[in-house]
Ligand binder design. Structure first.
Ligand code: ATP
Ligand code: MG
Length: 262
C-alpha cells in the first residue's frame, strides 16, 4: 500500500493548471511502476519515444484515433477469440481500464513482456487480479508456446491466449512480433503513438493515441455499440482504411511540427 500513497504524494505536487500536467502525471506513474518492479528502464525510454509523438499530436485524441478506436471495438466484438497483451508500461499506466476492456469485449488478458522475468510477470498479474481480472494468462510456464520466426523473448506466448486468438490487441509492441502475428493470420490492433513504427505499419488497425486516453474510450465505445447488429459492425470495419488513417495522422504531425509555437 505504500507505493500508491507515494504516487499520490508525487502527483499532488503537479499543479493541475500546469500545461504539461497530464504528461507529468504519466511520467510519475511510470516511475512509480519502475519502483514497484513493473516497469523496466527500457520501458521508460520507450515511453520517451511515444511522448515525443504525443507532443506533436497535440496531446489529445485525434479524429483519426477516434475512428480507429471505433473500428477496433467492432473487430473485438466480432471476434471469436480475442486477447489483450499486457506489458509493464501498460500495466503501470492503465491496469484498471485494461481489465474493464477485457470484460466488456470478452477478451482474455495475457501478461507478455519483452524483458522476461517470472517475478515481474507475477507482479503484473497480481495487479491485474487486484483490478478484478479472474483469469490472467502468460504466467503459467507450462502453457507457453512459441511464435516461429522471432529471435527475441517476445516469441513466447500463452497457448490459451495470444496463440489461440483470432484478434490480438497490443500496445507499445515491437515490430517483429506484430509482423509475425499478422503473418499468422491474426487481426492485430495496436495502440502506438508513432505512426512510423513497424508495428503501426503492420497492424490491421493502428490506434495513434496515448494508451491512457485510448483505453477508457475503447471501454466506453464498447458499452455503447456492443448490442449493434453484426452486419452493422462489419460495415464499419469494411469502410475503414488503416493506411489512409495512418497517412492522415502523419500529415497532422507534419502540420503541427511546421506551425508556429503552440
Ligand atoms: P517498432 O519495433 O514497431 O518499429 P519501436 O522499436 O520504435 O517500434 P518499441 O520500443 O518497440 O518501438 O515500442 C514502443 C512504442 O510504443 C513506440 O513506438 C512508442 O511510440 C510507443 N509508445 C510509448 N509510450 C506510449 C503510450 N503511452 N501510448 C501509446 N504508445 C506509446
Ligand atoms: Mg521495436
Amino acid at each position: 500500500m505504500r507505493a500508491p500513497k507515494l504516487l499520490e504524494k508525487m502527483t499532488h505536487k503537479i499543479p493541475s493548471n500546469h500545461p504539461r500536467a497530464s504528461s507529468l502525471i504519466i511520467r510519475e506513474k511510470l516511475v512509480d511502476g519502475f519502483n514497484r518492479g513493473i516497469v523496466v528502464p527500457q520501458g521508460l525510454i520507450a515511453h520517451g519515444r511515444g511522448e515525443a509523438f504525443d507532443y506533436l499530436l497535440g496531446e489529445k485524441t485525434t479524429k483519426y484515433a477516434y475512428d480507429a478506436e471505433k473500428v477496433a471495438v467492432c473487430i473485438l466484438l466480432l471476434s471469436d477469440k480475442s486477447a489483450i497483451s499486457i506489458n509493464g508500461n501498460t500495466a503501470a499506466l492503465c491496469a484498471k481500464d485494461l481489465v474493464k476492456l477485457s470484460y466488456v469485449t470478452k477478451s482474455r488478458i495475457e501478461v507478455n513482456i519483452f524483458h522476461r522475468s517470472v517475478a515481474r510477470s507475477n507482479t503484473i498479474a497480481r495487479i491485474l487480479r487486484k483490478e478484478g481480472s479472474h483469469e490472467v494468462l502468460g504466467v503459467n510456464t507450462k502453457a507457453k508456446s512459441i511464435i516461429y520466426g522471432i529471435s527475441s523473448n517476445r516469441k513466447f506466448v500463452d497457448k490459451e491466449g495470444i496463440m489461440d486468438s483470432d484478434t490480438v490487441l497490443v500496445a507499445l509492441e515491437d515490430g517483429d512480433r506484430t509482423e509475425s502475428l499478422v503473418r499468422m493470420g491474426k487481426k492485430v490492433i495496436s495502440v502506438d503513438l508513432n505512426p512510423l513504427s513497424r508495428t503501426a505499419i503492420a497492424s490491421n488497425v493502428t490506434i495513434i493515441d496515448n494508451i491512457v486516453r485510448a483505453m477508457p474510450y475503447l471501454v466506453e465505445t464498447t458499452k455503447k455499440i456492443k448490442n449493434m447488429k453484426r452486419s452493422s459492425l462489419e460495415k464499419i470495419v469494411d469502410q475503414y482504411d488503416n493506411q489512409y488513417n495512418l497517412d492522415k495522422s502523419i500529415k497532422l504531425i507534419r502540420g503541427n511540427a511546421s506551425s508556429k509555437r503552440r
